[in-house]
Design a protein around this ligand. Structure first.
Ligand SMILES: Nc1ncnc2c1ncn2[C@@H]1O[C@H](COP(=O)(O)OP(=O)(O)OP(=O)(O)O)[C@@H](O)[C@H]1O
Length: 250
């Protein structure tokens, strides 16, 4: 089932075209990696898909409804964003940060309902971080913060998860655990779109890879057919003399 669709998106800043003629559909149960060099337009595309800014041309549809006709609160019930890092100035507890995921369901000035509290508890349990509930978010490690932000996204009850370079700052073991978690969420039906700078890992973990170059899609499909050795070398401008471990890449 198609959950989110972009049709002929174009985005400019002054005279520079940042995204050009982007058409994409994202489906239930799909784990999509968005790859491209620094400045290719990945974050800009995510911001458009999240409805944080409008495209100059084209349209985005959330379950066949134009995104621009949907309120922010309703969008937030369908699409959750996991930023690369979240700088907390005030030392909210982990439970309070995860509870923020319930804001789209709460009227102004109201407290969390029983079902909101249950959703928060479920998300904390799912991410295995219930033991951190009372800890100040500001005192957590990078990996723990990542788990809290994922829990907040799950508490939001959205079926589409958008993640900006989720593996950044995680140690090797945490990266593997994150990969397993994302695969499990996709198996459960979540539609997941994540930017990444790791094409070798993307080949192993994701079910789909989209390559962006200078604001255009240059490839879209199964990671093993899109992320070939020659495609990776061309995308990242890698000299073939650079010694890299390509054993597993044809
Ligand atoms: N508000 C803006 N004004 C001018 N240029 C912008 C603006 N936002 C983004 N850009 C430019 O658009 C291009 C794409 O930026 P974007 O952040 O989407 O790239 P990216 O692929 O996410 O890069 P990275 O991998 O470094 O995060 C860059 O050249 C950037 O300088």
């Amino acid at each position: 089932m198609t959950l989110l669709q972009a049709r002929n998106l174009r985005y400019r800043r002054q005279k520079t075209v940042i995204l050009d003629d982007i058409s994409l559909s994202f489906h239930q149960g799909e784990l999509t990696a968005l790859l491209g060099i620094n400045g290719a337009g990945k974050s800009t595309l995510l911001r458009l898909l999240l409805g944080l800014m409008p495209p100059d041309e084209g349209n985005i549809f959330l379950q066949n409804k134009p995104l621009k006709a949907i309120s922010r609160k309703t969008i937030a019930r369908h699409i959750a964003y996991v930023p690369q890092e979240h700088k907390a100035i005030f030392p909210y507890t982990v439970e309070e940060v995860v509870s923020l995921g319930r804001l789209p369901y709460i009227a102004f000035g109201q407290n969390l309902s029983l079902s909101d509290k249950q959703a928060v508890k479920q998300a904390l349990d799912y991410l295995n971080i219930a033991s951190l509930s009372a800890r100040p978010y500001t005192e957590l490690s990078g990996g723990e913060r990542q788990s809290v932000l994922l829990a907040r996204a799950l508490a939001q009850g959205a079926s589409i998860l958008v993640l900006d370079e989720p593996e950044t700052g995680l140690d090797f073991g945490q990266q593997l655990r994150l990969a397993v978690l994302l695969q499990r969420l996709a198996d459960e039906g979540y539609c997941i779109v994540a930017t990444t700078h790791d094409p070798l890992r993307a080949r192993q973990i994701f079910s789909r890879a989209i390559l962006l170059q200078q604001g255009r899609i240059i490839a879209d499909g199964a990671p093993k057919s899109v992320l070939t050795r020659s495609a990776i070398e061309a995308l990242y401008n890698i000299d073939e003399n650079i010694a890299l471990s390509w054993e597993s890449v044809e």
